[in-house]
Design a protein around this ligand. Sequence first.
Ligand code: FPP
Length: 252
Amino acid sequence: MAEDATDSIAARGPRHVAIIMDGNGRWATMRGRPRLFGHHAGARRVREIVESCPEYGVKYLTVFAFSTENWKRTQAEVAGLMNLFRGYIRREARALLANNVRVRFIGDRVRLDEKLIALMDELEAMTEGCSGTNLTVALNYGGRDEVARATQRLAEDVARGRLRPEEVNEETLPRYLDTWVLPDPDLVIRTSGEARISNFLLWQSAYAEYEFVDTLWPDFTRAEFGRLLHSYSRRDRRFGAVRTAAGGAAAR
Ligand code: FPP
């Protein structure tokens, strides 16, 4: 990447990037292979993109690995994906730790199997002290489901007198979301040519910039990631405000 592009990303690049990794199935079908072959190729790309984050100054990376709707896939594909997630955690734990990556999982754990939950807990605990990239994996995640679960917890606090109804606002509600420790995403990328957000980070992405690219996820490289970050660094984000004479935009 040219030096001025690298400088532009460093100065004005996104701090938090969220990715809808789509197109694994089509990638595999195009090669006459089973869909799971595409998911495994996709998992290798996750590693490449995570490892590029320090170079690009991306401090938070959130990836959509399995949605609350993905249970509708065939039993064989769901089982294969769960198996892939368990294998991924076992295989990648050491490299993630060595790369100073702090891993978190978001989503509802209720439908996940005990072994997978134990591995997720272990990886979160193991990387708790890491201060480099913050990788968040959305697993059995749905934006509406997250807001509903958050509202349930919030209602319990109201019922117990820990929160007054008039205190429910844009500051307090997100504290109940799975992402409560994370900043909102600055940039959301979706691969595979589909231009929809599929229930991903609905509350958090209210002011995010979007990039929809045709590349299928297993073909998405670090270089393409860099180009999208560069393009973001040239955008003018105003958060609903107008640009001021001083060149800045007041938030909201
Ligand atoms: C969407 O492609 C992809 C998924 C539902 C699974 C995403 C999983 C990975 C990239 C692998 C592992 C990730 C981690 C973090 C270990 P699709 O199957 O819907 O593709 P299609 O639209 O071409 O059918």
